[in-house]
Write a protein that binds this ligand. Structure first.
Ligand code: B12
Length: 411
């Protein structure tokens, strides 16, 4: 009887999501809300039948309260119709959370994800931390649908994460924190394990808070804010949520959040929500209108030309063709990097490249015939004057005489 009561309580804890946990959050000042509305409208208006059906956008708009009901309908229809076998575990997890936040049935998708995670091979101790990002999403999605059945999966995940010695990744640590916060309960035998991993991820995230309040980089800050606002394990150094919020709002004003996926990942935190709120979204509630005219987010474009030095480099011995070639291209000022790549390709066949559409936009998958390979964990990394870029080729705007390098490497 006592055992049953404990089980019931622990189950209630899990299904209650964050409501039982301490939340440290801060809110957007009311005079700044039009900026938040502006990016939400931008994100929702990016949804069309021909665009990539992005589950993170549906999650964000449902958590925030949707404006564009047509966009919501398109996403629900397309995500419901997506073929399970075409999806990776991370995509399946996001698809489940998105449909869950729209109160749609996800039972068959949940059982497939559960099976996939039961036979999942954890990344080794030396593998890059980003390899835990998709599994973190999977544990989070499964926890929200069936906490008890997810316990052994989450335990295996937590042990592998604890054993990993590669440099910490903020985005991954943030999603892992959300997943394990969902799993954490006072009454199960894994409490110590989950608590230990949470302590370490939260301490690492806290260690990446910069003087300006950015956590990791500007694009990991949204997920990190979610993690720090729900974790049951507090970091030793108190997080200044207001400072982070103020800097994020500054970055929005500077136009740093134009990519719909970047908006989808920051919006929940701006609305005081986290992915742990997904199961509690009230569906069919009235459409809310932006409180006032959203602020415009377009910027003037200077017309004069700039010169970019562009190098493509492959030194991976496992790939037969080794090369290091540099060219100079001239493009209109304020062009995105993609235009530089197109211009280099036009000048010489060595610079030919291919892209794939993803949730973040166009990803460069091949240059000079050398293709990224998920099985070998190889990719084309982009650097500006030797420093990895924090945006993709369709968003990053190079400056005059910048040296852009595309380097074929491992993750
Ligand atoms: C894992 C990961 C990678 C892996 C993806 C491969 C893999 N099979 O896992 C690798 C290491 C290859 C990678 C590369 C890059 N990444 Co990355 N990546 C991530 C991470 C941690 C998780 C993505 C994920 O698994 N999502 C879950 C799955 C289910 O969703 P998905 O849509 O199927 O995911 C795919 C896309 O996200 C895509 N992808 C990953 N990164 C990027 C970056 C860009 C610009 C694009 C267009 C696509 C893309 O690969 C994923 C797997 O196929 C995110 C963090 C985040 N907050 O989203 C950063 C993140 C998306 N990456 C980022 C960046 C900047 C890059 C690079 C541009 C870095 C660089 N300097 O070269 C390159 C891409 C260059 C190119 N060739 O075009 C930024 C994007 C910010 C922005 N505003 O654009 C993020 C947000 C990290 C950050 N906080 O800075 N990345």
């Amino acid at each position: 009887m006592a055992w049953f009561a404990l089980f019931l309580l622990s189950h209630l804890w899990a299904t209650a999501g964050t409501s039982a946990q301490v939340r440290s959050s801060c809110s957007v000042p009311s005079e700044e809300e039009p900026w938040v509305d502006g990016i939400q409208v931008l994100m929702e208006n990016s949804v069309t039948r021909s665009a990539y059906p992005n589950p993170s956008i549906l999650i964000a708009m449902n958590l925030a309260g949707p404006y564009n009901l047509k966009a919501q309908k398109i996403l629900i229809e397309e995500l419901m119709a997506s073929k399970i076998s075409d999806l990776t575990i991370g995509q399946l997890a996001l698809n489940i959370m998105a449909l869950n936040s729209s109160c749609r049935d996800t039972a068959s998708k949940v059982s497939v994800l559960q099976r996939k995670m039961q036979s999942w091979t954890p990344p080794g101790p030396k593998e890059e931390a980003v390899n835990f990002y998709a599994p973190s999403l999977a544990v989070l999605a499964l926890c929200q649908k069936n906490w008890e059945a997810t316990l052994p999966i989450a335990a295996g995940f937590a042990k592998a994460l604890l054993a990993n010695t590669s440099p910490f990744d903020v985005d991954t640590g943030a999603v892992a924190t959300l997943a394990l916060t969902c799993m954490y309960s006072s009454w199960d035998s894994y409490r110590n394990l989950f608590g230990q991993v949470l302590k370490s991820t939260v301490e690492n995230i806290s260690g990446r808070v910069t003087d300006s309040g950015i956590i990791g980089n500007i694009y990991s800050t949204g997920l990190a804010m979610q993690a720090l606002s729900v974790t049951p394990e507090q970091p030793s150094k108190k997080w200044d949520c207001e400072k982070t919020m103020a800097t994020v709002l500054d970055k929005i004003k500077q136009g740093k959040f134009q990519n719909p996926m970047s908006i989808a990942q920051i919006l929940p935190s701006l609305k005081g929500k986290t992915y742990l709120d997904v199961p509690h979204v009230k569906c069919g509630s009235d459409q809310v209108k932006p409180s006032s005219d959203p602020n415009p987010t377009s910027f003037p474009t200077p017309a004069s030309n700039i010169t970019i030095v562009y190098t493509i480099n492959n030194q991976l011995r496992e790939v037969e063709l080794l090369f290091n070639v540099t060219t100079e291209v001239s493009v209109k000022g304020s062009s995105v990097l993609l235009v530089v790549l197109q211009e280099a390709q036009r000048k010489s066949p060595m610079f030919k490249f291919e892209t794939t559409m993803t949730s973040w936009g166009l990803m460069v998958t091949s240059i000079n015939g050398i293709a990224a390979n998920a099985n070998h964990k190889t990719y084309w990394q982009f650097l500006g004057d030797g420093i990895p870029l924090d945006e993709g080729v369709a968003d990053y705007i190079p400056f005059d005489h910048e040296h852009i390098t595309a380097n074929f490497t491992h993750y």
